[in-house]
Design a protein around this ligand. Structure first.
Ligand code: OXD
Ligand code: MN
Length: 646
């Protein structure tokens, strides 16, 4: 009798609980120790990944400072990072120039039907992959094929780092665990900054065989890859850009990332888990996982409000979250700068946690003038990527706001001598700092409160040079969700887009939706209709209005506190507003404009908004179609009516 065919290596990756081939793992250097510390379901995942990727050794990440230092020394010996003696405990990594940003075109959601991934993802006849601006789809069978093509033996000769991690404060009802396996020590070090790492964070009780695999922890497999031709042009930064794939199967709680070491593609706790997979979990469990900062605003009378803000990449979320208010008596604190997980508590209040434990911020443009809090945060224990390095062992980038002392020279992120005035920047536009949240001088005292902070207002915003006022308020929750669905912004260096095009970016989630974006919007509407929900008010802001010469009209940064003060006063019922076709505007004099004319900062030009409506109608029709909630079509119709009467 012939034996049954061996299962495809990939098919068993996310499944099963017992560690059937633990002996393979135990034979690796560090293998037995790594396994012993993990619960059985985690052991099973490691064992299967080892059989697939065939690493030389296993290294269990425990989250200790000692291990972090050892990994950094190892990265230095490999030539991946250099130390930065001018800053305590800081390091610089420079990547392969082909591996510098999120690869949206190769990021997919894996679902049985394309419409479960994105509203208009329709594959070419019989295809197993489909692309759309609101998400790319891959069939489960195609994912298996991709894994079988990319992963077998991809870690040969390398160490597999085993990273158990927690997203969210320990003990929080919203915290969720993950286990990332990676062949990149750079990723291990970065995950240790961005998440809470250690085997104690994996649930120890073996899940019952009937429970789904997503109940215990999210399984994340990452490899920088082994290029087919064996070429590693930058020896210290292996990657396989031609075959990169970042795939999310939320039903199986599985994330698979191949070919890129860049943070957005490789730190799988962040965009992949905390946004895409978490959004799908949140939908079925009645909460929200959103691309939002969380900040506290205390007014001169000591009253504190918490706000959550969704902004597309490159709109200054980190600057806003860390703002030093340029408004006397106001004090801003930071809970998080990128991701919010939110749920309604027993009293109907929306409460938010920051699932992360660090900041992965864009370096260029960060200076004492634009973000002094970030500058203080990155003084120590920070891993920089793709910035310039001075001859004194410090960092340098465009917009750092410090001129070079005489005799100090700079090496660019490409390893070339660089001088001020050179045509190419010394730091890649998407170069980053990765720093622990605990370094942040304005960190909110409640940032790790397991219950989360109560959210009083939600802010949507975009980078809009013309037509969109500095701030306006939605008429209702439903109108607010409409404003979120209609967000547009100029493109970012954080992804592979080029140029200054205006992109539609609903809820600032366009690259991060974890399931059909129409259903995501419906989930927002459903939560708003929940009995007893005390809904935050919703606002739209735009710090980026320009005058005819192209100069910014609004000073921004700390001065945005003036807008936040009006928002807080609205929440407290202390400030009036005037109705306009697009929403509620601050009356003239309601917020100090520093002498700038009110009309220029609060344009409501019917012609502009009619064009906006036409474009939105086309976008809705083309990319959402029947998947757009009927309430949002109605909101668009109501806006068109109000503009007709204006
Ligand atoms: C980021 C982003 O946070 O692109 O890196 O949004
Ligand atoms: Mn982001």
């Amino acid at each position: 009798m012939s034996s049954p065919p061996a299962p495809s290596p990939s098919r068993s990756l996310g499944e099963g609980r017992a560690p059937p081939d633990a002996s393979i793992v135990a034979a690796l250097a560090g293998g037995a120790e790594a396994l012993r510390a993990l619960p059985p379901a985690a052991q099973a995942f490691v064992a299967r990944a080892v059989r697939l990727c065939r690493p030389r050794a296993l290294c269990l990440c425990r989250g200790s400072g000692q291990q972090q230092s050892a990994l950094l020394r190892h990265l230095r010996d490999c030539g991946t990072v250099r130390d930065l003696p001018a800053r305590d405990g800081c390091w610089l990594a420079c990547t392969d120039p082909r591996d510098v940003a999120r690869v949206e075109a190769r990021t997919v959601l894996v679902t049985p039907r394309p419409e479960d991934a994105a509203p208009r993802a329709s594959p070419a006849a019989g295809g197993a992959v489909a692309h759309s601006p609101l998400g790319n789809w891959m069939s489960p069978a195609e994912l298996e094929r991709a894994i079988d093509a990319l992963f077998p033996g991809c870690m040969e000769g390398r160490t597999m780092y085993v990273i158990p991690f927690l997203m969210g404060p320990p003990g929080s009802p919203l915290a969720r665990a993950g286990l990332q396996l990676t062949d990149s020590a750079y990723v291990a070090v970065s995950m240790n900054i961005m998440t809470r790492v250690g085997p104690q964070f994996l649930p120890s009780a073996p899940a019952s065989s009937s429970s789904s695999s997503t109940d215990d922890f999210v399984r994340c497999l990452h490899s920088v890859g082994r290029p087919r031709d064996g070429a590693v042009p930058v020896p210290s930064w292996p990657c396989d850009p031609g075959r990169t794939l970042i795939a999310h199967d939320a039903r199986r709680g599985l994330i698979v990332s191949y070919g890129s070491g860049y943070g957005g593609n490789s730190l799988l706790g962040k965009k992949s888990f905390a946004l895409r997979v978490a959004a799908a979990m949140a939908r079925s469990q009645g909460w929200l996982a959103e691309h939002m900062l969380i900040m506290g605003v205390q007014d001169p009378r000591g009253r504190k409000r918490y706000l959550a803000g969704a902004f597309p990449s490159a709109c200054g979320k980190t600057n806003l979250a860390m703002m030093r208010a340029a408004l006397p008596g106001y004090h801003v604190t930071c809970v998080g700068d990128d991701i919010a997980w939110m749920r309604f508590d027993a009293d109907g209040r929306l409460r938010a946690i920051n699932p992360e434990r660090g900041f992965f911020g864009v370096a260029p443009g960060t200076s004492e003038a634009t973000n002094p809090v970030a500058m203080a945060t990155i003084r120590r224990d920070t891993l920089f990527t793709n910035v310039g390095r001075t001859s004194t062992g410090d960092v340098y980038w465009q917009g750092i706001g410090q001129s070079l002392p005489p005799g100090v020279t700079v090496t660019s992120w490409l390893g070339q001598p660089w001088a001020p005035g050179d045509p190419e920047p010394c730091a890649h536009p998407n170069s980053r700092f990765c720093a622990p949240a605990s370094n942040c001088p304005s960190l909110d005292p409640a940032w790790e409160d397991p219950e989360g902070v109560p959210i009083d207002a939600i802010i949507f915003g975009g980078r809009r040079p013309h037509g969109v006022p500095l701030v306006f308020e939605a008429f209702s929750w439903q109108h607010g969700v409409f404003l979120g669905s209609a967000m547009r912004s100029e493109a970012t260096a954080a992804a592979e887009h080029k140029g200054q095009q205006l992109l539609h970016d609903p809820l600032a989630m366009r690259p991060f939706f974890g399931y059909n974006a129409g259903q995501h919007l419906q989930h927002w509407l459903d939560l708003g209709a929940r009995p007893g929900a005390r809904l935050p008010r919703i606002f739209h802001v735009n710090w980026f209005l320009r005058d005819q010469s192209g100069a910014f009209l609004w000073p921004g940064f700390g001065h945005n506190a003036r807008v936040l003060a009006w928002i807080c006063a609205r929440v407290g019922g202390e400030a009036g507003a005037v109705a306009s076709p697009i929403g509620l505007l601050p009356p003239e004099g309601a917020l100090p404009l520093g002498g700038l004319p009110h009309a220029r900062l609060f344009p409501v030009e019917p012609g502009f908004w009619r064009r906006e409506c036409r474009q939105l109608r086309a976008f809705y029709g083309e990319h959402f179609g029947s998947h757009l909630p009927a309430e949002l079509w109605r909101e668009l119709g109501a806006l068109e009516d109000r503009l007709r009467k204006a």
